[in-house]
Design a protein around this ligand. Structure first.
Ligand code: BEZ
Ligand code: FE
Length: 304
């Protein structure tokens, strides 16, 4: 065989593989999709050329991805988890944020967002069980980038419990506990009552857990609340607010913490502070969300 023969998909040597594959994909009609797929092949091949995987290593890698898929269920998304612990989700968020300087920064959606959370009136509690855990009173305002209030914005919130579990992970919590959505009033304001969330380990029962152990990384996220803010005429904001006193604030396993997303979790003693009627210590938190003009979209829930 001569090395110079180049017909269709016939590969002559390692250097020719990339061009042969790109040629095979060249009829992709959607130009943006074509750009993305071409780059995926070019960078993927560059990676393989750089690290020169053995056959064994290649098979181990493919088997890892197979196990990532098999670990997914209706209530657990290992693919999202993998993207998160590799920093992919945060990189995409940060790249997209840097194009929109004056709006609130986004943060990764994570694997625990669910559709169908209860609608609550402003001021309601999203806690659906009797508990003595420490309450938190959250208030917030949704504004456009001219700092004008947005009325009727939909604010979805979800969080882990004080023992660090989302309700879908914990058979002891009622369905949709610590999840809910609200609509802002004429001042763009919303407020609700909840429980102070705890930091928690991301799920480690699957291949992503194996990866973290091999890399000698801890699996924890600092305590936070998740928000999706959705308003007509504006880009949807997917974000998180982190407790300023949280453990792991500077070592989040998913790299989700940016400075502007650290919220002031103010602790008050019983019968003092802005809610003197409280008979036990409590926290307050205020957040502001600035939305850029754009087209709202609803994120696709990673679980049911
Ligand atoms: C979360 O914040 O819900 C989360 C994000 C990434 C991985 C696991 C959980
Ligand atoms: Fe979370």
């Amino acid at each position: 065989m001569t090395k110079s023969v180049q017909q269709g998909s016939i590969v002559s040597d390692a250097a020719s593989v990339t061009d042969v594959v790109l040629a095979a994909m060249s009829r992709t009609e959607n130009p943006r999709l074509k750009e993305i797929l071409n780059a995926l092949v070019e960078h993927g091949h560059a990676f393989l050329n750089q690290v020169k995987l053995s056959d064994d290593e290649y098979e181990q890698g493919l088997d890892f991805l197979r196990r990532v898929g098999l670990t997914c269920t209706d209530s657990h998304n290992e693919v999202v988890l993998l993207a998160d612990v590799l920093g992919y989700s945060t990189l995409v968020k940060v790249l997209n944020n840097s194009m929109r300087e004056d709006r609130t920064g986004g943060a990764l959606l994570g694997p625990f967002f669910r559709d169908g959370s209860p609608h609550y009136e402003l001021g309601a509690s999203i806690v659906q069980e009797d508990t003595t855990a420490t309450p938190i009173f959250v208030s917030g305002r949704v504004l456009n980038i001219r700092r004008e209030p947005i009325q009727g914005a939909r604010v979805d919130v979800w969080q882990a419990s004080p023992i660090g579990l989302y309700e879908n992970q914990d058979p002891d919590q009622p369905e949709m506990n610590l999840r809910g959505h609200f609509f802002t009033d004429a001042n763009g304001d919303f407020h609700f009552r909840s429980l102070r969330p705890a930091g928690y380990p991301v799920p480690t029962h699957g291949p992503v857990g194996d990866l973290l152990r091999i890399q000698r990384r801890h699996p924890y996220r600092p305590a936070h609340l998740h928000f999706v803010v959705f308003a007509e005429g504006h880009d949807t904001l997917i974000s998180q607010i982190f407790a300023d006193d949280a453990e792991y604030l500077d070592s989040d396993v998913t790299f989700g913490v940016t400075r502007d997303l650290i919220g002031k979790f103010d602790r008050h003693e019983a019968r003092s502070g802005p809610r003197p009627g409280q008979q036990a210590p409590y926290y307050t938190l205020h957040c502001e969300f600035l939305l850029a003009q754009g087209t709202p979209t609803r994120p696709v829930p990673p679980i049911k």
